[in-house]
Design a protein around this ligand. Structure first.
Ligand code: UDP
Ligand code: MG
Length: 314
């Protein structure tokens, strides 16, 4: 059995050596063949230099430096494309995905019951309350409207069999929402639960708005529900307007036509106008995604690596 760990890194110089030490400790104890694939996602600090350093000292270390910051999803993709192991795991560099869980995950996978073992944090301690609230609401909403089931608290940390990795890589979409992709490809998933761990060092790469955008991408990538919702909404509004029209005509025939209600008319016009722009905005979200998909740009570009067989553009 050969194990590949993929670690996407963006400005992680504070934790990288610590991660390498901890992960190596665990892996050596497991006694299996392994490789560590560090993907430098266009870091602006000393991350890449540290990776080269580690690669020089440790033959298990492979690094892929992307030509710029492509985002975690692309960095993960680069790692998945180039992983050679029978079992492949994706992990964050900041030790929020504890390497100590690996032996348990491997054991679970070897039992033959599962094709993939994913980690799920069962608490959100140490996270701002408001962030937890929005995260929970997001998971509830997404599961209600999308075709992919996403577990609350599931991280991208998961150990997969070769077959599943191939399936994930074959999902060639440009707008990658891994949580959805993992669920969409199917296979039998086992869960390992653990309490939340705070970042070992360095800072999170997510701003609040970054997360909101991520959530919106998740919905657009895996659900057509907003599109059907606005169609139904339009239909209902039309029906209401028709009833009102009948009412106005009948009132005119019976009571004559007193000119009144300018303010209410204006507010209805503005309301409808706003609603139309909002719905147009939803359609535009899908259109923008379609536009990006239709360009068929590569997911990542590797500018430097110590792996001669690496696929540099895909
Ligand atoms: N990351 C990346 N590219 C980015 C942003 C983040 O490769 O553009 C990596 C980052 O280095 C880390 C992982 O993705 O290993 C998760 O990032 P972070 O810890 O900031 O996210 P959080 O755990 O707060 O959700
Ligand atoms: Mg983190």
């Amino acid at each position: 059995m050969r194990l590949s760990l993929i670690i996407p890194c963006y400005n992680e110089q504070e934790v990288l050596p610590l991660f390498h030490r901890k992960a190596t400790q665990v892996l050596e104890k497991m006694g299996c063949e392994y490789e560590l694939i560090f993907v430098d996602d266009g870091s602006k600090d000393g991350t890449l230099a540290l990776m080269k350093d580690l690669a020089a000292k440790d033959e298990h270390v492979k690094y892929l430096a992307l030509s710029r910051n492509f985002g975690k999803e692309s960095a993960m993709y680069a790692g998945l494309v180039n992983a050679k192991g029978d079992y492949v795991a994706v992990m964050d560099a900041d030790l929020q995905d504890p390497p100590e869980l690996l032996p348990k995950m491997v054991e679970k996978l070897q039992s033959g019951e599962y094709d993939c073992v994913a980690a799920r944090r069962v608490s959100r301690s140490g996270e701002p309350k408001i962030r937890s609230f929005f995260a929970r609401t997001f998971y509830k909403m997404v599961n209600l409207i999308s075709e992919a089931e996403i577990m609350d608290g599931a991280r991208d940390f998961r150990l997969m069999r070769r077959d599943m990795v191939q399936a994930v890589v074959a999902m060639g979409e440009y707008n990658r929402f891994s949580k959805g992709i993992f669920s969409w490809v199917g296979f039998r998933t086992g869960w390992v639960e653990y309490p939340n761990v705070e970042r070992a060092a360095g800072t999170t790469k997510w701003s609040f708005w970054g997360l909101v955008k991520y959530a919106m991408d998740g919905v657009v990538s895996f659900s057509q529900a907003p599109l059907s919702a606005i169609a139904w909404f339009g239909l209902i509004m039309t029906a209401v307007a028709a009833v009102m029209l009948v009412f106005v005509v009948v009132r005119k025939l019976i009571f004559g036509d007193p000119v009144a209600g300018w303010a209410s008319t204006m507010s209805v016009i503005i309301f409808i106008g706003g609603l139309q722009l909002f719905c147009l905005g939803i359609i535009a979200q899908y259109l923008a995604k379609t536009y990006m998909e239709s360009k068929r740009r590569p997911h990542y570009i590797v500018s430097e690596t110590n792996d001669p067989d690496a696929e540099k553009i895909r």
